[in-house]
Design a protein around this ligand. Structure first.
Ligand SMILES: CC(C)(COP(=O)(O)OP(=O)(O)OC[C@H]1O[C@@H](n2cnc3c(N)ncnc32)[C@H](O)[C@@H]1OP(=O)(O)O)[C@@H](O)C(=O)NCCC(=O)NCCS
Length: 235
């Protein structure tokens, strides 16, 4: 009963705040996940000039900093515990950057930015064309959620790292990740694309990408053999 009530609340929140399309995609993704490996992803694209137009205000009492993967090695607390050594060495190899929000000296939110193909989920990799850095792996410590910190760090990652490099930021969110969609939803200042990503047998990958995704040159790939990445067929 409690589960049904929670699901009904989620649906009402989605309908009220995100509209009918996002709600339908949420339902479709929930359904697909039950019987296949296909996932629906919302692709969020922020151009450089859109990033620079946004007014980013850090809630009082926090600070923001840009860190390298090496500097993230000794981070403690909930955020540090979620960064494994393999993740950090992959990020180092790609020269990724991390924007962190600090409460005193403690990292309580991070947002990563990459210029290369990056593991998205399962064995699926994702990357975007040269106009964008890929914004990925954002996290707020559970003690600090719901205070606007993720919204702030996603935008300030764009302003502090991507815009000075002449780029915008692109990223994806699973259509069922309601908290993340809510924290990033601002259709007035971003383009939204939809991708259906379906890993098949034999390392095959079938991808449907909407017009905005194609314009952003989104690439999805799977590992094939010893390390090589095999791009999916775009449908
Ligand atoms: C997704 C996540 C990063 C959001 O972090 P956050 O700091 O709590 O998000 P924010 O406070 O910036 O959210 C901003 C908006 O989203 C809303 N929101 C965030 N989480 C919500 C939730 N679970 N339910 C309802 N609304 C939510 C906030 O109310 C706020 O809206 P408002 O300013 O209009 O009131 C955090 O929940 C998290 O770390 N989740 C686990 C990891 C994850 O899913 N990462 C994203 C991968 S794409």
């Amino acid at each position: 009963m409690a589960t049904v009530r929670r699901q009904a609340t989620t649906l009402i929140t989605m309908l009220r705040r995100l509209g009918i399309l996002a709600t339908l995609l949420f339902l479709a993704d929930s359904l697909l996940a039950r019987f296949s490996r296909a996932r629906i992803l919302l692709i969020i694209l922020r151009e450089r000039d859109q990033l620079l137009r946004e007014n980013v205000e850090l809630p009082a009492g926090f600070t923001v900093a840009v860190r390298s993967p090496e500097q993230m090695r000794n981070v403690g607390g909930f955020c540090g515990a979620s960064l494994g050594p393999q993740f950090l060495s992959d990020a180092k190899r790609r020269h990724d950057r991390c924007v962190v929000v600090l409460d005193n000296e403690e990292v309580i939110n991070f947002q990563w930015l990459s210029n290369g193909l990056t593991l998205a989920y399962d064995d699926v990799w994702v990357g975007f064309g040269p106009r964008y850095l890929y914004g990925y792996n954002s996290l707020t410590a559970p003690t600090h959620r719901g205070r606007g910190l993720n919204r702030f760090s996603v935008l300030s990652a764009g302003q502090l790292v991507a815009a000075p490099a002449g780029k915008g930021v692109a990223g994806y969110i699973n259509a069922t990740n309601v908290a993340s969609i809510l924290s990033q939803w601002n259709p007035a200042n971003q383009q939204l694309g939809i991708a259906l990503v379906w890993p098949r047998g034999g390392n095959r990958l079938w991808v449907f990408a909407s017009r905005h995704c194609r314009a952003a040159q989104v690439t999805f790939a799977r590992r094939c053999g010893a390390g090589a990445l095999l791009p999916g067929a775009l449908g």
